[in-house]
Write a protein that binds this ligand. Structure first.
Ligand code: APR
Length: 256
């Protein structure tokens, strides 16, 4: 575990200050300091206790709809009571600093907890859906409301079982979201990859696409993740500690 937070590299600060287009990819690590478990952290990650194939696949839902619905309902409640942390808030500050200078900022998240939106982020692409959205497992009709006592609740249109509107293993990502995320990776000058183990495609390829197009890349994580394409900057630190320092340096906050 990184004990002290390194100071942001002056070259990274300069690259962000000069960037016309910034893309950020986040994973569960950015929400860890909001009290939400990650997936692959050795002792505390969800997959240390549960098997993804038992909870996060269509087959798991068909086998045990009540169990899968209950697990996501519990996660939905935890996410609703979680607060954005300084890492989320720093990215909002960066987006606003770029936007008032007519520069682009795109936040692509694998997270389904909604904390980036709660923090005030404007341009968010939720690649894996959202815990706060529900749809019918049978007809895919979105359900604006549902009976929380249902196990699971039923669809008002076809009577099928409702499911969380998140992307399960083996399912396709929402096409528009994925296309927008790929376009952001292809055009950005700087790509920040924050709090993700980089294990799940197609999200994991986005920083590589950016790097291949010549973007300056940062990986910010607690663990070193083996990357086929090493980033230009690799920082091992808590997102909630490093991001505020980086964004303050870029935006000149606190500067004389
Ligand atoms: N600051 C920065 N990084 C952190 C922090 C923190 N405070 N806490 C944990 N991390 C790092 C961990 O070291 C780990 O490398 O965040 C990473 C989280 O990785 P995962 O748990 O694999 O989560 P993620 O990369 O988002 O998983 C991708 O896998 O199970 C699916 O759909 C699920 O969206 C998820 C996808």
């Amino acid at each position: 575990m990184a004990s002290t937070t390194p100071a942001p590299d002056a070259r990274l600060i300069a690259a962000l200050r000069a960037a016309r287009d910034v893309m950020v990819l986040t994973g569960a690590g950015i929400s860890a300091e909001s009290g939400l478990p990650t997936f692959r952290d050795a002792l505390t990650g969800y997959w240390a206790t549960f098997r993804p194939e038992d909870l996060a696949t269509p087959e798991a839902f068909e086998r045990n709809p009540a169990t899968v619905w209950a697990w996501y309902a519990e996660r939905r409640l935890k996410a609703r009571s979680a607060l954005p942390n300084p890492g989320h808030l720093a990215l909002v500050t960066l987006e606003r600093w770029l936007s008032v200078r007519d520069r682009r900022f795109t936040l692509v998240t694998q997270n389904v907890d909604g904390l980036h939106v709660t923090a005030g982020q404007a341009n968010v692409i939720e690649l894996h859906g959202s815990l706060q959205k529900v749809k019918c497992f049978r007809c895919a009709e979105p359900a604006p409301t549902w009976d929380e006592t249902g196990k699971p609740p039923r669809c008002a249109h076809c009577g099928g079982p409702l499911r969380p509107d998140v992307v399960w293993f083996g399912e396709m990502l929402p096409v528009a979201a994925l296309n927008a995320a790929r376009a952001a990776a292809e055009r950005c000058d700087v790509c920040l990859s924050i709090g993700t183990s980089g294990m799940v495609e197609p999200a994991a390829s986005l920083p590589r696409i950016a790097a291949q197009r010549g973007a300056t890349t940062l990986t910010l994580n607690l663990d070193v993740t083996d990357r086929a394409t090493p980033p230009r900057f690799e920082v091992r630190a808590r997102a909630g500690a490093f991001l505020p320092a980086l964004v303050d340096a870029v935006c000149g906050i606190g500067a004389a």
